[in-house]
Design a protein around this ligand. Structure first.
Ligand code: DSN
Length: 414
């Protein structure tokens, strides 16, 4: 594979090769990353990128879309089956575009919305002042209970009654516990608000039936397709039938032009994979691995937000380890462990330095790692962050990544 590229553009080829080696050499603990299958990659890297297909299946603004229609219809139908939803749009180029699409469909500039505070687990597109969401709409933040790190549902209710928002956004990027979407539905109903759930992080767990399904209660559900769902980089919107036309118009022509049909084909492949029993077993193992990693880290005197995890991610509070999140990220990287610094709630070090590290098990579980490997990973993290023994940690990492190769059987790049 990639032989033509090697001959045509050695610079790009060499950088891609180095990145593949990095992915093979490192333990990937970024909670929002995963490793796609070769069929997903093949669909992404295909001739479908040649085709313009503005519009939707059966109603395109270009000729020659009959096979594109087959593919996009397949993606939509599989997605509806996967999450049991009434309507699906597979065209958003990303999770951020999916969120903006929902806002554009139902809000006017200046409308009141509620979203989770970014430093307490939310996402930029849930009303951060740095994001279009925070600049065009009047967001009020809710957050967690300082003492236990759990979402403060009572405070969400109180704020909702005060603010009377048109829309409540639920969902998080760094929250290690199951979110009770039914409570959000009750609160939204009490104040006459619409409910949107951004399930990007947990979509794979929801698909496998291991997390309550927001499609049962929310008016709109958005997601990326590349995190726990293990598909190509992209976004989706699911909604009730009554909003189908508004949502479709908000994506095209509202906020996007031509859909990326090569990515939509890869989404269709990903949804087929996600409907399989093997995928359910993978998600179970992802959660199992996360629980073991959490308890091993607690045994090594690490503080975890909420003291554990129900899902695929852990948020480490490093304030007892005399190291910032930024320093920890660098030190882990030196030992070939990839993770990201993350603000902890009420972080004294701010968003650029931070006092936390977010880690997740989706990618290492795809790689085949199991419980006993989590013990080794916890030991390597401890060697880095508590004892600053980078060389010893790196040895443990290299042994593990040699054992669990990625794409090895495909000989992607020699
Ligand atoms: N940037 C993603 C994450 O890492 O969680 C969220 O979109």
């Amino acid at each position: 594979m990639f032989e033509k590229l090697r001959k045509a553009d050695i610079k790009v080829y060499e950088s891609m090769k180095k990145e593949l080696r990095r992915q093979q050499r490192n333990i990937e603990l970024i909670a929002s990353e995963n490793i796609v299958s070769l069929p997903v990659m093949e669909a992404m890297g295909s001739h479908l990128t040649n085709k313009y297909a503005e519009g939707y299946s059966g109603h395109r603004y270009y000729g020659g879309c009959e096979y594109i229609d087959e593919i996009e219809t397949l993606a939509v139908e599989r997605l509806k089956k996967l999450f049991g939803c009434e309507h699906a749009n597979v065209q958003p180029h990303s999770g951020a575009n999916a969120n903006i699409g929902v806002y554009f469909a139902i809000l006017k500039p200046g409308d009141k919305v509620m979203g989770m505070n970014l430093s307490q687990g939310g996402h930029l597109t849930h009303g951060s002042p740095a994001n279009i969401s925070g600049q065009y709409f009047e967001f009020t933040e809710y957050g967690i209970i300082k003492e236990n790190g759990l979402i403060d549902y009572e405070n969400v209710r109180k704020i909702a009654h005060e603010v009377k928002p048109k829309l409540i956004v639920a969902g998080a990027s760094a929250y290690p516990r199951e979110i009770n979407f039914k409570i959000f539905r009750h609160i939204a109903d009490e104040v006459g608000a619409l409910l949107m759930v951004d399930m990007a992080h947990i979509a794979g767990l929801v698909a496998a039936g291991l997390h309550n399904n927001p499609c049962e209660v929310a008016d709109f559900v958005t997601s990326t397709t590349h995190k726990t769902l293990r598909g190509p980089r992209g976004g989706i919107i699911l909604c009730k039938k009554e909003y189908a036309s508004k949502i479709d118009k908000a994506i095209f022509p509202g906020t996007q032009g031509g859909p990326l049909e090569h990515i939509i084909a890869a989404k269709a492949v990903c949804f087929k994979e996600a409907l399989s029993q093997e995928f359910k077993e993978y998600q179970k193992q992802t959660i199992k691995n996360c629980k073991i990693l959490a308890s091993e880290l607690i045994n090594r005197n690490f503080n975890l937000l909420t003291e554990g995890s129900d899902n695929h991610l852990i948020l480490l509070d490093l304030t007892n380890k005399n190291i910032t999140g930024k320093q920890a990220e660098i030190r882990l990287d030196e030992a070939y462990i990839t993770a990201n610094k993350n603000a902890i709630p009420f972080d004294p070090n701010g968003a650029l330095i931070t006092s936390g590290i977010r880690i997740g098990t989706p990618a290492i579980t795809t790689r085949g790692m199991v419980e006993e490997d989590m013990v080794i990973i916890a030991k390597a993290i401890d060697l880095c962050l508590t004892y600053n023994e980078i060389d010893n940690a790196r040895k443990l990492v290299v042994e593990l990544t040699e054992k669990y190769k990625i794409y090895d059987e495909y000989k992607l790049m020699e």
